[in-house]
Write a protein that binds this ligand. Structure first.
Ligand code: SF4
Ligand code: F3S
Ligand code: FES
Length: 238
């Protein structure tokens, strides 16, 4: 049965507003609607200027991460029945707000790019695929699941304190290749992450792991990267 949901949204248009402000909108929702559906109802029928990112609406593209009742979530994965009849929606913390719930993701992607998040192997490829054992594949299975939503990095107190910290999302994506037995650039990635803004800024706070909508064991992955640096090779941490 439909019921009333009030959305309290932190809004800000830097071109017209001096400071951010909260605005409230009431919509009728079904219990199985998601917070994204409620935002769409506001935008489509009440306030067309409300601005937020979304695309797939199914937890795959990673574009609608935002703070929902103070916690980083994907708006398309949160059912309204789980947030009560009054929900506060705010942009991710730690990035410049472009407008309303849209933040500038460029620094996030710059950190992502800095860890060489792609397969590197200059050896002549075999006739068929580069083989690896099931056990070798399992070493980085978890970190292949990242959708680059930034929920982890923007929930990390070490990142809030120092925006130059490479952040958990970049480390997760470095892990995915560092522990791939077919890749040959682990040493270079580990060297980059051994930087003063690298993995050692992680103080094992676990906010990132709790925030991840893909349930990636981020703190564990960061620990494995730290170990690989200490032992000088990912192979030595097996
Ligand atoms: Fe999002 Fe999880 Fe990837 Fe972080 S590790 S960017 S929270 S999917
Ligand atoms: Fe931050 Fe996660 Fe480490 S919250 S301190 S990156 S365990
Ligand atoms: Fe794609 Fe939510 S809209 S993850």
């Amino acid at each position: 049965m439909a019921s009333k949901l009030t959305l309290r949204i932190l809004r800000y248009n830097p071109e017209t507003d001096e400071v951010p402000y909260y605005a409230e909108y009431a919509v009728m929702v079904d219990p199985t609607d998601r917070v994204l559906d409620a935002l769409n109802m506001v935008k489509w029928y009440q306030e067309g200027s409300l601005t937020y990112r979304r695309s797939c609406a199914h937890g795959i593209c990673g574009s609608d991460a935002m703070r929902i009742n103070g916690v980083n979530r994907l708006a398309c994965k949160v059912l309204v029945r789980d947030v009560g009849d009054f929900v506060t929606v705010e942009p991710l913390m730690g990035f410049r707000v472009i407008k309303d719930l849209v933040v500038d993701m460029e620094p996030f992607f710059a950190q992502y790019r800095s860890v060489l998040p792609f397969f590197i192997n200059d050896a002549r490829p075999p006739e068929r695929e580069r083989l690896q054992t099931v056990a070798d594949r399992e070493r980085f299975d978890d970190t292949t699941k990242c959708i680059l939503c930034a929920a982890c990095t923007t929930s990390c107190p070490s990142f809030w304190a120092n925006e130059d910290f490479v952040g958990p999302a970049a480390i997760v994506n470095a892990h995915r290749f560092i522990f791939d037995s077919r890749d040959e650039a682990a040493g270079e990635r580990l060297e980059r992450l051994n930087d003063r803004e690298g993995v050692w800024r992680c103080r094992t706070i676990f906010n990132c792991t709790e925030a991840c909508p893909r349930e990636i064991k981020i703190t564990k992955a960061i620990g494995e990267v730290k170990k690989a640096i200490l032992y000088g090779s990912p192979r030595a941490t097996k």
